[in-house]
Design a protein around this ligand. Sequence first.
Ligand code: HEM
Length: 149
Amino acid sequence: MTLKPALADRARPVAEQPLNHAGVDRASIGKLVREFYAKVRSDGRLGPIFAREITGDWEPHLEKMTDFWCSVILKSGDYHGRPVLAHLKLKDVTEADFEIWLTLFAKTTAELFDPELAGVFVDRAERIATSLKLAMFFRLAPSARADGQ
Ligand code: HEM
C-alpha cells in the first residue's frame, strides 16, 4: 500500500517535518538570530566567550546561524557545518552557560513569536543543546569503561 504524500509526511517524526507556518520564513528567522545574538553579546558571561571567538565581522556568523535555523525549522538544507566540532574547541564553556544560552533564546523567541511557535524553536534548541552538552561534558566513569582505563 502506498501512502498519500500527506499521510506519509505525518508518519515521519515531528522534528523531521518542515514547519509550515505563516510568518516563519528566512526573514523572521534572520530577525530571531540577530536579536538573540545581540542579547548574547551583551550578556556578562556569554558575551566575552563569543567576543574571543568572533574577533572580526559578525555578519558571517549571523548568516551561518540563519542557515542553521532555516535548516532545523524549515528543512531548507542551507546549513552544512559541524556544530559538535565547533563547540568542542571551546574549552571554557560550562554546562551552566548552556542554561544562560537557552534562557536568552527562549526570551527572544517569546518576544517575536506566539507561544506555540516559540515553543517549537525552544524545543529544538533544548534537544540540540543536550546533544552538544553530551559531546562536550559527558565522560564514562572509569569503572564503566570497557578498557579498564
Ligand atoms: C553556552 C552555550 C554556547 C556557546 C558558548 C556557544 C558558542 C559558539 C561559538 C563561539 C561558536 C563559533 C562561532 C564562529 O566562530 O563562527 C558557535 C558556533 C555555533 N553554534 Fe554555538 N554556542 C552555544 C550553544 C549553542 C546551541 C545550544 C546551539 C544550537 C541550538 C548552537 C549552535 C551553533 C552552530 C550551528 C554554530 C556554527 C558551527 C559551525 O558550523 O561552524 N550553539 N557557538
